[in-house]
Design a binder for this molecule. Structure first.
Ligand code: AMP
Length: 222
C-alpha cells in the first residue's frame, strides 16, 4: 500500500499516519521528521535546513526530492509506505511520480485531510514534541501520561519553534501557494479521498478505514 497524506500543517497527517502505519504494516515516512533528524545528527546540510524550517519556508525541491526518493527506495518500503509531508510542491510530485513509474510501483491512494484555520492554529499552538523520538502530543487533546514528559523515553517535551504564531502564518501561506495545487494534480488522477480533519483522531481514523476498505475491498489489516 503506497499512500500519500496531503493537507495543511496541523490537519492531523502525522497522527493519522501513526495509526495507519500500525494497521497497514508499512513505514510512516514523515519528511519533517527526516529533516529534523538530519539537523540533530549534525549533517553538513543541517544549518541550512534548520534555517528554512524555523522560518516556516519549504526547503528547496532538489534537496527534499533527493532525501525522500532515497528513503522510498529503501528495502523496508518494498511493500509500501505512508508519505506524510511529501510531496509538497508540483515539482516534488512529478519527481516522485517519475521515480515510481520507473519502478512500476505507483501510488495507490491519496488522502487529503482538510481542516479549518482555527482548528489548525489551536492544534499547532498546543502541540508538544519529544526532541529525542519525535513523538507528538497536545496539551489538551493528547496529553502525555506525566505532564511535560515523553511517554516513550521521559524526555522533556518542547513546543516546536515553527509552531510560533508568526511562523504558522508563513507555513499556511506556503501551503496555499505551493501545496494546494497538488489537490488538483492528484484529485484528477483517481483514488483520491477527502477526509474531514476537523474531527478528532478516532473519527478521522474511522473515515480513513472506511475509504480504504471501500477502495481496496477487504483490507485484511484494517
Ligand atoms: P512538517 O514537520 O511536515 O510540518 O515540516 C516541517 C518543515 O520541514 C516544513 O515547514 C519545511 O520547512 C520542511 N519540509 C518538510 N517537508 C517538506 C517538503 N516536502 N518540501 C519542502 N520542505 C519540507
Amino acid at each position: 500500500m503506497r499512500l500519500i497524506l496531503l493537507g495543511p500543517p496541523g490537519a492531523g497527517k502525522g497522527t493519522l499516519a501513526g495509526r495507519l502505519t500500525d494497521c497497514l504494516s508499512v513505514p510512516h515516512l514523515s519528511s519533517g521528521d527526516i529533516l529534523r533528524a538530519q539537523v540533530r545528527q549534525g549533517s553538513d546540510l543541517g544549518p541550512a535546513l534548520q534555517k528554512y524550517m524555523e522560518s516556516g519556508q519549504l526547503v528547496p525541491d532538489d534537496l527534499i526530492v533527493k532525501v525522500m526518493i532515497s528513503r522510498v527506495t529503501q528495502p523496508d518500503c518494498a511493500a509500501g509506505f505512508i508519505l506524510d509531508g511529501f510531496p509538497r510542491t508540483l515539482p516534488q510530485a512529478q519527481a516522485l511520480n517519475d521515480q515510481l513509474t520507473e519502478v512500476q510501483a505507483p501510488i495507490d491512494m491519496v488522502i487529503y485531510l482538510d481542516a479549518g484555520e482555527q482548528v489548525i492554529i489551536s492544534r499547532l499552538a498546543g502541540r508538544r514534541v519529544c526532541p529525542l523520538c519525535d513523538a507528538n502530543y497536545h496539551i489538551e487533546t493528547m496529553p502525555p501520561a506525566t505532564s511535560g514528559k515523553c511517554d516513550r523515553d521521559g524526555t522533556d517535551l518542547q513546543a516546536r519553534p515553527d509552531d510560533a504564531p508568526q511562523v504558522i502564518r508563513t507555513r499556511l501561506q506556503e501551503y496555499s501557494r505551493l501545496t494546494e495545487p497538488l489537490l488538483e494534480y492528484y484529485g484528477t488522477a483517481g483514488r483520491f479521498a477527502r477526509l474531514d480533519g476537523n474531527k478528532d483522531i478516532e473519527e478521522v481514523f474511522g473515515q480513513a478505514q472506511e475509504v480504504l476498505t471501500k477502495t481496496f475491498g477487504c483490507v485484511d489489516e484494517l
